[in-house]
Structure formats: C-alpha cells, structure tokens
Design a protein around this ligand. Structure first.
Ligand code: HQG
Length: 179
C-alpha cells in the first residue's frame, strides 16, 4: 500500500469515524465504535472500496495511531466532533502539557481559555514538538504551556487517549502560559 493511498484511507476513516458517520449510513455506538464489516460495506456502497488488509495496514501504520481496533470493531481514538463518550479512565497528567495553536486565536484564548470548539474535548500534547505540529496545521505555530499539575490539584479531570493525546473539558486561561 503506497503512502498516498494510506493517507487517503486514513482521512476517509477519520472523516467517517469522527465527524460524519451518517454520510455513509453508519451509527457508531455511544463510545464511538463501529463494526469493521459494516464500515467496509458502507464505504463500498458509497464509492470508496477498502479492503480489510488496507484497513489493518492503516490502523497499524498510521503515524499517529489515530484508530483503535478491538475485536470486530474500530473507532477513532480521539478528535471526534460527533458526541462521544470514549469511556477512558481518568488519568493524572504530567505537570505540564502543551497546546499548539496560531496567533489569530490568542486573544480569544486569553479571554475564554481553551475550549473544545467543535470537538469532544480540548486536545493537549505531552511534548512541545507534538504541539508544534498540531499548531502548524493552521499556520505559524504558537505553543502554549498548560499548568496541568495545578489543574489536576484543582479538580479538573484528564483522560489520555489510546494514542497518547491528553483530553480535558476546558482549560481556563489562568492555567495557560503564553510565553
Ligand atoms: C483553537 C488533530 C478561539 C485551538 C491534532 C485550535 C489534535 C480557540 C482550534 C487534534 C479557543 C480548534 C485537535 C478559544 C481553542 N477561542 N480559538 N477559546 N480554544 N481554540 O482542530 O487542538 O491529526 O478542533 O487552539 O493533532 O488544533 O486530526 O483542535 O487551533 O490532536 O488526528 O481552536 O486534531 O489530530 O481546532 O486539534 P481543532 P486542535 P488529527
């Protein structure tokens, strides 16, 4: 499977597992899982045939391990805009986490803190390099530090996704360092 096809299939899976399952007639369960056979059949019915080998390759080779397979089911590990309860255990965060964004969002973030926007949670990275890549999707990246230790002490709840992304409901601006 060449890299271009891998990326295409990965984007197709992300679109339909995170954002628009109804577009191909899929109904993920409350935790975001769908039957792999149903997904493959739905994709074929909607003009995007994928083989099981291709799906397995994308799950295994994906740069960010975006998808998780359990038994006969698959889901995106994070990033949903459909309502989802990933049912992840709560986790104690490291002292600092990072969020990559761009300058044009900073005024709003200073004022309102980090919000999930369209997604199910605010997405935070364990290291600056990853946060830089996240911010770079939108332009020149700006990396904010999140005082996750203080948030945890103050009772904010964190989860970590299967692919190592830290998730929390919101980050009030007092926990952010913009420097
Ligand atoms: C910004 C990708 C205004 C926030 C990545 C970001 C990640 C605010 C944008 C995952 C704001 C939302 C998530 C506020 C936050 N006012 N703007 N109060 N609070 N923002 O894409 O974190 O590659 O929904 O800074 O790698 O960029 O797809 O979130 O710029 O892990 O697997 O609003 O998506 O994963 O953008 O990215 P997004 P994100 P994948």
């Amino acid at each position: 499977m060449d890299e271009r096809r891998t990326v295409r299939v990965s984007k197709y899976l992300a679109k339909h597992l995170r954002h628009q399952p109804e577009r191909i007639g899929l109904t993920p369960d409350a935790a975001g899982w769908v039957e792999i056979d149903a997904l493959i059949a739905a994709a074929a019915d909607h003009g995007f045939p994928i083989t099981r080998d291709e799906l397995d390759h994308v799950v295994a080779a994906n740069d960010k391990r975006r998808f998780a397979v359990e038994g006969s089911r698959i889901r995106a590990s994070q990033g949903h805009t459909i309502p989802v309860d990933l049912q992840l255990p709560t986790a104690v965060p490291p002292a600092w986490l990072y969020h990559g964004t761009v300058a044009r969002h900073l005024d709003a973030i200073r004022c309102k803190g980090l919000r999930p926007m369209d997604r199910h949670a605010v997405h935070l990275s364990a290291d600056r390099e990853t946060a830089t890549r996240v911010g770079a999707r939108r332009g020149r990246p700006v990396v904010l530090s999140v005082d996750a230790g203080a948030m945890h002490r103050d009772g904010h709840v964190f989860h970590v996704s299967a692919n190592g992304v830290w998730l929390t409901e919101a980050v009030p601006s007092r926990y952010l360092r913009f420097g």
